[in-house]
Ligand binder design. Sequence first.
Ligand SMILES: NC(=O)c1ccc[n+]([C@@H]2O[C@H](COP(=O)([O-])OP(=O)(O)OC[C@H]3O[C@@H](n4cnc5c(N)ncnc54)[C@H](O)[C@@H]3O)[C@@H](O)[C@H]2O)c1
Length: 450
Amino acid sequence: MERVVSPVDGGEKKVQTIGIIGLGYVGLPTAIGFLDAGFSVWGVDISERTVEMVKRGENPTGDPDLDNIVPQPGTDNWNITTNAAEAVPNCDVILVTVPTPVTIDLKPDLSFVASAGRTVFESIKANSNTIVVLESTVYPGVTAETWVPIIEELGLEIGTDVTIAYCPERFNPGDPARGVRQVARVIGCPDEKVGARLVSLYSQLTCEDVRYVGAIEVAEASKVIENVQRDVNIALVNELAQLFPEIGVDVEDVLDAAATKWNFHRYTPGVGVGGHCIPVDPYYLIQRAAQVGVPTELITAGRAVNRTMPNHVAKIIHELLYQNGVEAGLGKALLLGWSYKAEVGDPRETPAEPLAASLMEKGISVSAWDPHINDDDFPENITVIDDIYSAEGFDIAILVTAHKACVELQWERLIGQMRNPIFYDGRRVMDLQLLQELGWKTFAVGRPIK
Ligand SMILES: NC(=O)c1ccc[n+]([C@@H]2O[C@H](COP(=O)([O-])OP(=O)(O)OC[C@H]3O[C@@H](n4cnc5c(N)ncnc54)[C@H](O)[C@@H]3O)[C@@H](O)[C@H]2O)c1
C-alpha cells in the first residue's frame, strides 16, 4: 500500500489532534491515515510490544499492506504511547479500535470496549467536549450501554465534557484498494452537530461517501449486519457444497450456471470462514436478539454451517485417504496456508485450526506451510514447514488459504515430494485439469469424490 499524504487546508474549525486507542489491524492504518491527512495523531495501545514496534517504525500486525508505511521515529505529529492519560488530554477526537471477541460460550466479550472507554473518560479534561467514537464492531446498543454508565460514574457531563459517537470500520485487510482511505463510512451520534463535525473529519480521511445516519444504534446495527449477510451468504454455498456432490454434481458448475442470471449473487464455498469479523460478529446480533426475545434462526443456522465446514472437509479427506489405500492412523496431511484469508498473516479464528484438529482426531498427522504466518502463531501440535520444497512424505496436500504463494507453487516439483499425489482444493481456485495432467489426483470442496 502506498501512503497518500494530503495536508489539511486551513479551515475555520478544524479538528487538529486525533487519538486512536488500540493500534491493531484497524487502529494502526487509521492512525497512519489521519497522519497522512494532515492531523496530529496520538496512538495508544496497552501492548508494550505493539507500542515498541510502532515507535521503531515497524509493523506489529500480520497485514503486509502496513509493512512499509509505519511512520519512522522522529516523524512530526506522530506520538505513540501505552499511556492513555498522556494522550487523551491532547486530543479533540478519540477513536476506539479495540477487539470485540466472543467468550468461550460464544457470547460478546465487551471487556475491551469497557476498559478502553474507562481509561479514555478518566483522562478527559472538564468542559473540553471531547468526542469519543467507538469504531469496534458491536451489536446495537453497546456504545451507550457500556460507556454512559462509566461517564456518569466519573461525574462527566455529556455534551459539555464528552460526546460519544459510533463509526464502524469497514476496510478490508490485505486489499490495498479498500484501505481506510477508500471505504465509505457511516456515523451515528445523538448530537446532530457533532455528527456533522465527524462527517467533515472522516471526509478528510476517506475519498468515499461519509454519511451521518442519526442514532448510534443505526450505525452499530449497519456494521454487524454487513458481516451477518456475508456469513449467511457463504453458509448457503457451503451447505450447497455439502449437498450437490452427494447427487453427483459439482457445486461450482451449478453456481456458474446460476450466475448467468442477472440477480444471482455468486459466492464460493470453502473450508470455512475466519478472522476477527465474520465468525464472530453474528454472535453479537444473536445475543441482542435474545435479549429482546426475537429468534434468529437463519443467522444461527448460517453460523452452524460455516462453523462445521472444517469438520465436513476433514471427513471427506479421511474418506479420500481410505479410498486411496492409506491405512487408518498413518495418513499425513500437508496444509497449504494457515491464515484465514489470502495475502494476510492473520491466524485469528482461522478454519485451518479446527480442520487440523478434526484431521488429527481421525488419526491423520498434520503439517502446515504458510509463508505469511510466524512459526509462533501455529498451535504446538502442528508440524510447521519452513521450506516447502524440502518437506516430504505426505499423502494429501490441502489448499486452505489462496495465498498467491500457495496457488503458484511449483506443483510439478511438489508432486515428487508426496507419498501419495492427492490434492484437495479447499478454496476452489486451482486449475484441477492442469494438476491432473501433472499427475495429481485432484479433489475439491463441493465436488463429487467418486
Ligand atoms: N480486522 C479487521 O479486518 C476489521 C475490520 C473492520 C472492523 N474490525 C473491528 O475492529 C475492532 C478491532 O479489530 P482489530 O482487528 O484491529 O483488533 P486487533 O486485535 O488487531 O487490535 C486491537 C488492539 O487494541 C489493543 N487494546 C486492547 N485493549 C486496549 C486498551 N484498553 N487500550 C489500548 N489498546 C487496547 C490491543 O493490544 C490490540 O493491539 C474489532 O471490533 C473488529 O471487529 C476489524
